[in-house]
Design a protein around this ligand. Structure first.
Ligand SMILES: Cc1ncc(COP(=O)(O)O)c(C=O)c1O
Length: 482
C-alpha cells in the first residue's frame, strides 16, 4: 500500500519502494540485475525479496513527485526523531558525513581545531577542504584516548580564536564519552561551530538520559555511523545539523560532491526503517544491550589475569557505554592480538577488534543469551591460562602521537611529490601519507607531520605482535620528496 501520510509510524521511503517493487511493473531501468533475477543463483537465493528493493530514484516509487521526494520526507522524520534541524542520510558510511563536515566549514578560516584521536576520514576531510588542523590532546584513560578536556579546548580557542570550527570524536571507538555541554557552551559563546564524530554514539541517550550528545548540547553538526550499533545496514549513517547551523547549502553541496548519483534505496530504506524502530523501541533495545553488557562485566570483573576498563578509571564527567566492553588479558600473558586469534579459533568468539593491549567487544541489543554465555566462558578460560606473550604489562601505554603543529597542511603534503622509503629509514622525514591500524583507523601520523623514532619503534613492536597496519606497503611508507 502506498503511504502518503508522513508520521513516525510510517517509514515512507522504505514502504513506498517496497510497495512499488511489488506492483510487477516491467522494468527497463537500472539496476541491470532486475530484482535479482539476473544475479548468480546462489546470490539470488540468498537475497530473496531484498533484491527487489535494490533500486535507485524512480518517479513511480516517489508518488510521482521529484526523484528525492521520499528521501526528503524520510530525512525530515529522522530530524524530528533525533532532535536535529536537518538530517541527511548517508550511504557511504559516517566517513562521507565527516568529509562533508570539513568541506562545509572551509573558507571561514584556514585552520580548524581537531582532537588528535580522529578517524582517517577526518584526514581525508582535511585534505579535501585544505584546512590545517591544530591538534588537541586527548584525555588518556588507561592508554585509551578520550574527549579532550574543557581546559584544553578553552586554551586552544584563546590561542587560535579565528578557527573554522572545533572537531571532536565522542564517544571513542572504545565507548568512553566525555562532558560535552561545557565545551559546546565555549564554542557557542565564541560562535565557533562545534562538529562531532559520533560514529559510535547516538544510542547513548537510550541508556543514560544524562549522556551529553550532539543533539542534547545542540552541536552545530554531528555524524552517526548508524550501522555500527543502531541496527541499519553496513555503510549507512546520518549527518545531523543543530539549530545554529546556518549554511545548509554548503552541507548539501559537499554531500553532492562526494555522494554517488545512484544511492542505494536498499540502504536508504534500512535507514528509514531503523529510524522508526529506534523511535518506538530504542529504549527497549538499548536497555537490553546495556543489561547484557553489565551481566558480562559482573561475571568477568573479578577474574584474575583480566583487567576490565570500567568506571573506576574514568575522570569526573566521563562515562563508559555499557554496550562496549574493553578488557586486557596482558596480566595473564596474552597480548590483545594473540588473545583475539585464540578466541576466534578455539572458542568461536569474534571480538570487534584487538590491539597490543586490549580486546574490544561490542554488545548488541540483538545478541543471543547463549552467545553472551559463550563469551563469558571463553574469557574465564583464557584469563586462567598462561598466555604466550610474557608481557605481563600492568598498564597500557598511549601510542606515540605527536600533537605538535604540522609542518604542512595535509593537503599541501598530499600535493607535494612523494617517494617511498622503508619505514625504519623514515625518521625525521615529513609524511606524505598516513599509517594506521584499522580499525580503529586513528592515524599514527598524518600527511604533513614529522615521523619520529618513537613512531617507528611503535610500528616495529606492533608488527612483531602480528598486528596489521594500513599505509605501509611492502614495508615502505610515503614521505615527501624534497
Ligand atoms: C570514530 C570513527 N569515526 C568514523 C568512522 C567511519 O565510519 P564508517 O566506517 O561508517 O565510514 C569510524 C569507523 O570505524 C570510526 O571508528
Amino acid at each position: 500500500m502506498l503511504i502518503n501520510k508522513f508520521s513516525q509510524k510510517t517509514a515512507p521511503l522504505f514502504e513506498n519502494f517496497l510497495a512499488y517493487s511489488r506492483q510487477g511493473i516491467g522494468a527497463f531501468h537500472m539496476p541491470g540485475h532486475r530484482g535479482g533475477r539476473g544475479c548468480e543463483p546462489l546470490f539470488r537465493s540468498l537475497g530473496g525479496e531484498l533484491l527487489h528493493l535494490d533500486l535507485t530514484e524512480l518517479r513511480g516509487a516517489n508518488l510521482d513527485q521529484e526523484p528525492d521526494f521520499l528521501l526528503k520526507k524520510a530525512e525530515k522524520l529522522a530530524a524530528e526523531a533525533f532532535g536535529a534541524q536537518r538530517t541527511y542520510f548517508l550511504v557511504n558510511g559516517a566517513s562521507i558525513g565527516i568529509m562533508a563536515a570539513f568541506l562545509s566549514i572551509k573558507g571561514s578560516a584556514p585552520e580548524v581545531l581537531v582532537a588528535r584521536d580522529c578517524h582517517l576520514s577526518v584526514i581525508n576531510g582535511l585534505i579535501l577542504s585544505g584546512l590545517k588542523p591544530i591538534f588537541l590532546s586527548p584525555v588518556w584513560v588507561e592508554g585509551l584516548s578520550c574527549l579532550p578536556s574543557e581546559e584544553e579546548i578553552q586554551n586552544a580557542l584563546q590561542e587560535y580564536p579565528e578557527v573554522a570550527g572545533v572537531f571532536l570524536t565522542n564517544p571513542g571507538y572504545h565507548g568512553i564519552y566525555g562532558p560535552l555541554k561545557k565545551i559546546a557552551a565555549l564554542c557557542h559563546e565564541r560562535k565557533v561551530p562545534l562538529l562531532l564524530d559520533e560514529a559510535h554514539g547516538g544510542h547513548l541517550k537510550y541508556i543514560n538520559p544524562a549522556a551529553e550528545e550532539g543533539s542534547t548540547v545542540d552541536a552545530d553538526l554531528w555524524v552517526w555511523g548508524t550501522h555500527k550499533m543502531m541496527g541499519s545496514l553496513t555503510q549507512t549513517g546520518m549527518l545531523h545539523l543543530g539549530s545554529n547551523f546556518q549554511d545548509l547549502n554548503a552541507v548539501e553541496e559537499a554531500l553532492e560532491l562526494l555522494n554517488s548519483t545512484s544511492p542505494s534505496y536498499l540502504l536508504l530504506s534500512s535507514l528509514d526503517s531503523t529510524r522508526r524502530q529506534l523511535y518506538f523501541n530504542g529504549q527497549k533495545m538499548f536497555t537490553r544491550a546495556a543489561e547484557l553488557g553489565e551481566s558480562i562485566r559482573d561475571k568477568i570483573r573479578g577474574l584474575q589475569g583480566l583487567k576490565l576498563v570500567d568506571d573506576r578509571f574514568l575522570p569526573a564527567g566521563y562515562g563508559i557505554d555499557p554496550t562496549k566492553i574493553v578488557l586486557s588479558l596482558t596480566p595473564a600473558g596474552w597480548s590483545g592480538i594473540k588473545a583475539e586469534e585464540v578466541l576466534r579459533k578455539r572458542f568461536h568468539v569474534q571480538p570487534e577488534y584487538a590491539d597490543r593491549d586490549y580486546l574490544y567487544f561490542f554488545i548488541s541489543y540483538a545478541q543471543e543469551k547463549e552467545e553472551v554465555t559463550a563469551l563469558i566462558q571463553a574469557l574465564s578460560s583464557l584469563a586462567a591460562e598462561i598466555g604466550p606473550d610474557q608481557i605481563k604489562r600492568k598498564d597500557a601505554t598511549p601510542p606515540p602521537w605527536a600533537c605538535k603543529p604540522l609542518q604542512l597542511s595535509p593537503r599541501e603534503a598530499a600535493e607535494r611529490s612523494a617517494t617511498c622509503l622503508p619505514f625504519q629509514e623514515a625518521v625525521g622525514e615529513i609524511a606524505s601519507g598516513w599509517v594506521a591500524a584499522y580499525p580503529p583507523g586513528i592515524p599514527l601520523w598524518v600527511p604533513g607531520e614529522e615521523i619520529t623514532i618513537e613512531m617507528v619503534e611503535w610500528i616495529r613492536a606492533f608488527q612483531r605482535m602480528g598486528g596489521y597496519l594500513r599505509g605501509i606497503k611492502e614495508g615502505k611508507v610515503k614521505i615527501i620528496d624534497y
